[in-house]
Design a binder for this molecule. Structure first.
Ligand code: BTN
Length: 256
């Protein structure tokens, strides 16, 4: 059972998670915030013990055993004109990665666009969605799934899952992990508003795939090249022969 007091006592934010919604079950925490028509405060966070229709990138399902992991979403509805959504999702993966390293001293690695890996296995995924009014984005929802205490996974995965408990060989306090992710994420969002350059550079420093020969799968299509860099918008630059190509979505694997 998630103890809200233990979470709250370690929360050091100004806005992220200050309005906290705890739920036993929802279809998807992202859908909850996207569909909600009442005015929810900037930074509202919904955490659910279980999602019956949790979803991931590229229309994939996100399955997470009840009561074992973190499945939550954060609402941003202020300063959106000062923020690039791609930067926010990169910052979210960086926040998860820093939080895990700060609390558990586990080495993490980032996989473009926004997976967090431990020992080449996926421990967290991020799904950013938004809604617009006319040509303006009115809200951004960042959905974060972290495998915390689940140790058994069934089904087919693009990349093998792992959890913090599996890597650490002990149960972890989900409340402390959630507060740390929000503490770090809020700090990174503030830095993004001032200058995204530093966050992009920190992201690069934590992605070992940059410089490697990779395959990128975009639907049915496969491209082969060198993961050359991230561009200023957080897209991937793939070097194919002597040409540089911008990749906006897909699944990367390193060719060994
Ligand atoms: C991915 O790696 O494909 C992204 C996974 C995102 C999962 C989270 S769990 C909380 C939030 N609600 C959802 O339905 N999805 C995101």
């Amino acid at each position: 059972m998630f103890n809200i007091e233990n979470f709250d006592i370690k929360l050091e934010t100004n806005f992220l998670g200050r309005n906290f919604i705890y739920s036993e079950e929802v279809a998807s925490t992202n859908s909850y915030l996207l569909k909600n028509t009442t005015e929810l405060k900037h930074g509202t966070t919904i955490f659910s013990e279980y999602q019956s229709e949790g979803r991931g990138r590229l229309k994939r399902p996100w399955n997470s055993t009840k009561g074992q992991n973190l499945t939550f979403s954060v609402l941003l509805n202020k300063n959106l004109h000062k923020l690039n959504p791609n930067h926010i999702s990169l910052a979210a993966s960086l926040a998860v990665s820093y939080a895990i390293e700060n609390l558990f001293q586990l080495k993490t690695d980032l996989k473009w666009p926004n997976d967090v890996l431990i020992n080449n296995k996926k421990v967290s995924g991020i799904l950013l969605e938004s809604s617009s009014k006319g040509s303006d984005i009115e809200k951004i929802v960042i959905g974060i799934g972290v495998n915390a205490n689940q140790t058994k996974y069934t089904g087919e995965f693009k990349i093998q899952p792992t959890s913090i408990k599996f890597e650490l060989k002990r149960e972890i306090a989900r409340e402390r992990l959630l507060s740390e992710i929000l503490n770090v994420f809020e700090d990174l969002i503030s830095q993004l508003i001032k200058s995204p350059k530093k966050i992009l550079s920190e992201w690069r420093d934590n992605c070992r795939m940059i410089g490697e020969a990779v395959t990128i799968e975009i639907g049915e299509e496969k491209k082969y090249g060198i993961f050359y860099d991230l561009d200023a918008n957080g897209f991937m630059i793939l070097k194919i022969g002597d040409k540089l190509e911008k990749i906006t979505s897909g699944d990367i694997t390193v060719r060994r």
